[in-house]
Write a protein that binds this ligand. Structure first.
Ligand SMILES: [Zn+2]
Length: 304
């Protein structure tokens, strides 16, 4: 059986004016790794690719550590702690940050929300797209974003699932340029291409698609393009094979059966969702379950 623990932000200090960036501290990351060490054997993506049948059907627990979004702090803190403990990992990055020198909209949203109230962003959206906001299922929204207050959860849901990507980018870009310098934040936020090459050389690099969109909501042609383009870009950059993908958001809507088929067609061997659970007797290795690090042993929401 395979247990996957996924991480995003890892920094010493999460204090911002409006708390909207969440993650783990380096010390709690290290603590969690030590707890996990007692629960199974850490594996790399190379181990998984070479021994997939044994790992996915064994009674023994194999553990894979993953990071999404290609953040610089993941190398700075995460990678160095992993090295110290001799634990392999897999880092999923978006090619848009390198090829187009753009910050992913999802990160622009995190940054904006750390600086201005959700309310201001919601009002801007309401003034432009009120007709799209009539039938929101608040209970469902709260069930998806269990760590957010209601206003922030509604804002996230509208941004991720109600507005189409053009509408979302329009609202977010307009606000973002009022508060941040994109180039400066790009360098601050993301790994360097040297980092990507180093990780890829170890077999630690995977694709998080090109633009960080919820794939299941896109037309087929665009889904295929998001999967293929990022794979080729990262392969060219690193001169390695990119065989794993983590689907942005990872929810059911984002990870449909069609998405998994197109990922296989693009040449990926394993695909990761954010559906909670271990993987045993897995039917589709392009739709693997993955825990958020908060939900497993040592995580802040873990109940034994
Ligand atoms: Zn992501």
């Amino acid at each position: 059986m395979l247990t996957v623990s996924n991480y995003h932000y890892i920094r010493e200090d999460f204090k911002t004016k409006y708390p909207s960036i969440f993650g783990v501290s380096p010390s709690s990351f290290k603590k969690q790794l030590k707890l996990l060490k007692n629960q199974g054997d850490f594996i790399s993506s190379k181990n998984l690719i070479e021994n997939e049948h044994r790992i996915l059907t064994s009674k023994e627990n194999y553990i894979l550590i993953t990071f999404d979004d290609g953040l610089k702090e993941q190398v700075h803190f995460g990678f160095s702690i992993l090295n110290e403990l001799s634990i392999p990992a897999l880092f999923f990055v978006n090619s848009i940050n390198y090829q187009e020198q753009k910050i992913s909209t999802v990160h622009k949203i995190h940054l904006l929300r750390s600086k201005i109230e959700s309310e201001i962003i919601l009002k801007r959206i309401e003034s432009k797209y009120i007709s799209k906001l009539k039938f929101l299922d608040i209970a469902k929204i709260k069930a998806i974003y269990i760590y957010d207050d209601e206003k922030s959860a509604v804002l996230k849901y509208i941004l991720n699932f109600i507005l189409d990507y053009k509408e979302r980018e329009e609202v977010v870009n307009e606000l973002f340029s009022n508060y941040f310098n994109e180039n400066e934040m790009l360098n601050y936020l993301y790994m360097t291409t040297n980092n990507l090459q180093e990780l890829a050389g170890l077999g630690y690099l995977g694709s998080h698609t090109h633009s960080h969109y919820p794939l299941g909501l896109l037309p087929s042609k665009q889904i295929a393009n998001e999967l293929e383009h990022s794979k080729k870009y990262l392969e060219n950059l690193t001169k390695t094979k990119i065989e794993t993908v983590a689907y942005p958001y990872g929810t059911e809507e984002a990870c449909t059966a069609e998405v998994s088929k197109l990922a296989a067609l693009a040449g990926y061997k394993f695909g990761f969702t954010t559906k909670r659970g271990v993987n045993n007797n897995t039917k589709n290795k392009l739709l693997l379950n993955r825990f958020d690090c908060n939900d497993i042993i040592g995580g802040k929401n873990y109940k034994s």
